[in-house]
Design a protein around this ligand. Structure first.
Ligand SMILES: Cc1cc2nc3c(=O)[nH]c(=O)nc-3n(C[C@H](O)[C@H](O)[C@H](O)COP(=O)(O)OP(=O)(O)OC[C@H]3O[C@@H](n4cnc5c(N)ncnc54)[C@H](O)[C@@H]3O)c2cc1C
Length: 404
């Protein structure tokens, strides 16, 4: 049995990754007494996140963006280059933010800087208590959820936000199943310094094994996400810095000049999974506890931040009128808010990824025609850009710059 019980908590967030921190800030900012319980990840995260315009707006509204904007690089141009070498090759497609009257599609930032800014903002909120500990057990009942920590404490609240990543304990406690498809692909991640400027341009080379994507960081630096056959990814990750830099320079067709790899490499096996429901038994799932998608088109955490903004919006609205913030009505509203956004993006990215991997000529041809149309038809290209940056259907209040 736990040693101590904390009685007056209104919401518990499990997991201190970017989605969990954002949800905790959104709840506590509106005066909901919140505890965030999270253990540090086993390995440092060397990834970066391309935050699209709506996510940046939400972080601005929550007072986080000012704390990390200096470490982020604007994404003004996005290029897609067909590097499959196949018979049906698509033309290069270039999206410019200026075409839809935006200064930038978004900003790319190293996850460590984003997390540091979120943690600093969280520490300044009187309604938020941060507990660095592992959650061992999540036990929902009719009135509330009890959360047992490894250190012996127990927390109890009417709402738990499960932000504990892809192997979510909260998802199991809520009795929610997962639909998963795994790919024979692994993403190799590394940050780079280069001799030529990136000119605020992200370049995605489409190769037969998946995308090779360079995304700008401040100065002459970029992050790389290279999607490969798993064995090839392991081989590359085992190379010394000089040999890996040469391989990257070759795959990048030297567009960034001479490459130096920075310390820290990550390997991420790719899969797509979606929780069958996003909330049940007083537990709402957000971020990768609710959905995992391949790192194509910078959607994963942008979806996760929309989850965080949505559960914040639902809980604050219920709290304001003294309704049960973790009750069935609130959770059904949250599930409804998120279902379409998550499903449509997961399906689109899954399909797109599979058109890259297929050897079936007609599908390759369709992909080429699709990209050709995007290149040639201005209104279509602009509609796709707007939908990618700020989906019309689902924009929680924080993404529109409105406080909860
Ligand atoms: C190669 C790659 C590149 C990507 N690039 C982008 C991009 O450009 N743009 C984008 O939007 N998305 C991107 N993504 C997706 C993005 O990285 C994820 O969506 C995001 O990291 C998920 O955040 P999260 O907070 O949901 O989960 P996590 O970051 O996994 O956080 C979960 C947290 O919960 C903690 N935790 C787990 N279990 C427990 C427990 N029992 N007790 C306490 N704490 C616990 C963990 O320690 C961790 O801190 C990328 C993904 C990959 C693989």
């Amino acid at each position: 049995m736990p040693d101590k019980l904390f009685g007056n908590t209104e919401a518990i967030v499990v997991g201190g990754g970017p989605a969990g921190l954002t949800a905790a800030i959104a709840l506590a900012e509106s005066g909901i007494a919140t505890v965030l319980a999270g253990k540090k990840p086993a390995k440092p995260d060397n990834r970066t996140t391309a935050l699209l315009a709506g996510s940046v707006m939400a972080l601005e509204t929550l007072g986080v963006w000012d704390l990390c904007a200096a470490q982020a690089a604007p994404l003004k141009i996005m290029r897609i280059v067909d590097d499959t070498g196949r018979l049906w090759r698509a033309p290069e497609v270039k999206f410019e933010a200026g075409e839809i009257d935006l200064e930038a599609f978004g900003y790319n930032i190293e996850n460590r800087h984003l997390i540091a800014a979120l943690e600093a903002r969280a520490a300044a909120l009187p309604s938020l208590r941060m507990v660095e500990d592992e959650v061992l057990e999540v036990d929902p009942d009719e009135d509330a959820v009890t959360v047992a920590l490894a250190g012996g404490e127990a927390l109890r609240a009417p709402l738990v936000v499960g932000a504990d990543g892809r192997r979510s304990l909260c998802r199991d406690a809520a009795g929610i199943g997962l639909d998963t498809r795994t790919y024979r692909q692994t993403a190799l991640t590394v940050c780079l310094t280069h001799s030529r400027p990136h000119r605020d341009t992200s370049t995605e080379f489409h190769t037969p094994s998946g995308p090779f994507t360079l995304v700008p960081l401040p100065g002459k630096r970029s992050s790389l996400v290279w999607v490969l056959d798993p064995a090839k990814a392991d081989d590359l990750a085992a190379l010394d810095d000089g040999a890996l830099a040469e391989e990257i320079e070759r795959a990048a067709h030297s567009i960034l000049g001479k490459i130096t790899v920075e310390p820290g490499r990550g390997l991420f096996p790719l899969s797509v999974s979606t929780a069958r429901r996003f909330a049940d038994r007083r537990i709402a799932l957000i971020g990768e506890a609710a959905h995992v998608i391949p790192p194509i088109g910078a959607q994963g955490l942008n979806l996760g931040l929309r989850d965080a903004a949505s559960i914040g919006e639902v809980a604050v609205a219920a709290h304001r009128v003294h309704h049960d913030i973790g009750g069935a009505e609130a959770l059904a509203r949250y599930d409804k808010m998120r279902r379409g956004d998550v499903s449509s993006r997961s399906i689109a990215i899954d399909l797109f990824n599979r058109t890259l991997l297929t050897d079936f000529l007609p599908v390759q041809g369709m992909r080429g025609i699709g990209l050709y149309m995007l290149d040639q038809i201005g209104p279509l290209r602009r509609a796709v850009m707007r939908e990618g940056v700020a989906p019309r259907a689902v924009q929680p209040r924080l993404m529109r710059g409105e406080l909860l």
